[in-house]
Design a protein around this ligand. Structure first.
Ligand code: FSX
Ligand code: SF4
Length: 404
């Protein structure tokens, strides 16, 4: 495996502001960089019971400067001696690299929870001379020798989804297994920046300050998602697809400490709340059980019925038959905001689909609330419809779109 620590250190220094390294870490990284990046510990990464989402999240790391992608970062720049999903070697050769790496100084990274049922045999990490080595045995052994143990993801940190009720494989966290203080990077999955920040900080010889859940304070506990949420004080909505606060729909932002809203995901593209999903609290201890049910939805889909398909050869219905109670009270396009707003009334709990009546392109779907009202906002519809069409329970009604 090609080893080039200088390139990794250069990346960390170049991204110091974005990653938010403290000055002490930056100066140590600079020293290590000047010294050629040699003499730093290696990184050994083990998988427990998980969905591999943590590794996929790390694989989403893309940088404008070198290393530009995960292969570059892990295989050519970080001295990652062992990673079951990402390393080139397999079988005995892979186990040999692990054994060589763990002769010297190394940082142990674990993702996934550790199964204890069946003496750990629901999670086998490799075999040695025909003997199965379980995640339980490997993590216990290597955590005792490592300079530090980093738990990547909520599963390794706190048990996470595999430890959810009824926990059939008796998953425990790495800390519970080893009895040691681990450095926890929760998140299901965690942000790649959080993973890189923590590994680089440790490689620089700095132990990050941890909170009571052993999470780096700088990454997780400065403020909750809610405190810095752009939807705060915008008024709560009870319908998905609106741009207002999602608390009434079950958002766990007030109980969750992470910087997702500022850092954003997929190379700064978006985040859960930005995509109109509630925060699930995935970085928190007790996730998922203590945060379930994830959604508070007052309406139901029980009134929805599939439109009856027209028999072959039948003439299309010349004009829509209004659904009982379905009406469009407003259909307006705001030129300045490039926003189409269609609202009306309908049967409470039913789903209303909004379409361009000319092209029959679907513009949105909303639920009718308990008061029998519905509202749909479509940003930048192209083309702007001349007539809007609302469909519900196989019936439809239309209205002229007023341009303002
Ligand atoms: Fe858990 Fe990670 Fe969630 Fe998945 O390794 S934190 S289930 S994203 O993959 O462990
Ligand atoms: Fe808080 Fe969630 Fe509402 Fe944002 S959407 S203000 S995080 S409750």
């Amino acid at each position: 495996m090609h080893i080039d620590r200088r390139a990794f250190l250069k990346y960390c220094l170049g991204s110091a502001a974005a990653l938010g390294f403290p000055l002490s870490v930056v100066s140590r990284l600079e020293e290590a960089y000047a010294a050629g990046g040699t003499g730093l510990p290696q990184v050994v990464w083990l998988n427990g019971a998980n969905c591999t989402g943590c590794t996929v999240s790390l694989a989403n790391l893309i940088s404008a400067q070198k290393p530009t992608d995960i292969a570059d970062l892990l295989l050519n720049t970080i001295d990652l001696a062992f990673h079951p999903n990402l390393m080139g070697a397999a079988g005995d050769l892979a186990v040999q690299s692990l054994q060589t790496a763990t002769q010297g100084d190394f940082v142990l990274v674990v993702d996934g929870g550790i199964p204890m049922a069946f003496d750990g045999h629901t999670c086998i990490v490799w075999s040695e001379n025909g003997r199965e080595i379980t995640a339980k045995e490997a993590v216990l052994d290597l955590a005792a020798q490592s300079m530090a143990t980093v738990c990547v993801g909520t599963c390794a940190s706190f048990g996470g989804i595999p430890a959810g009720n009824p926990n059939p494989t008796q998953i425990v966290s790495v800390g519970q297994l080893t009895g040691q203080r681990t450095i926890n990077i929760p998140g299901c999955p965690p942000h790649p920046d959080w993973i890189v920040w923590t590994i680089a900080t440790l490689l620089a010889g700095v132990n990050p300050s941890l909170d009571e859940r052993n999470r780096p304070v700088q990454l997780f506990t400065e403020e909750t998602i809610h405190k810095r949420c752009p939807r705060k004080e915008s008024g709560e909505t009870k319908l998905f697809g609106q741009s207002r606060c999602l608390k009434a729909l079950g958002c766990k932002g007030p109980r969750t400490s992470a910087d997702c809203g500022q850092r954003k995901w997929n190379n700064g593209t978006n985040w859960c709340i930005g995509a109109n999903a509630v925060c699930l609290g995935c970085t928190e201890y007790g996730f998922p059980d203590a945060f379930s049910p994830f959604y508070k939805v007052e309406y139901s889909y029980q009134n929805y019925s599939k439109p009856t398909p027209e028999p072959p050869g039948a003439e299309p219905t010349p004009s829509p038959t209004p659904a009982v109670g379905l009406r469009i009270s407003k259909a307006e396009y705001n030129r300045e905001r490039r926003e189409l707003r269609v609202e009306g009334v309908g049967p409470a709990g039913a789903i209303v689909k909004i379409l361009d009546d000319g092209t029959r392109v679907l513009l949105g779907a909303v639920s009718v609330d308990r008061e029998g009202k519905w509202r749909s906002i479509t940003r930048d519809p192209r083309p702007v419809p001349t007539r809007a069409r609302a469909e519900c329970n196989g019936r439809a009604t239309t209205a002229v779109v007023i341009r303002k």
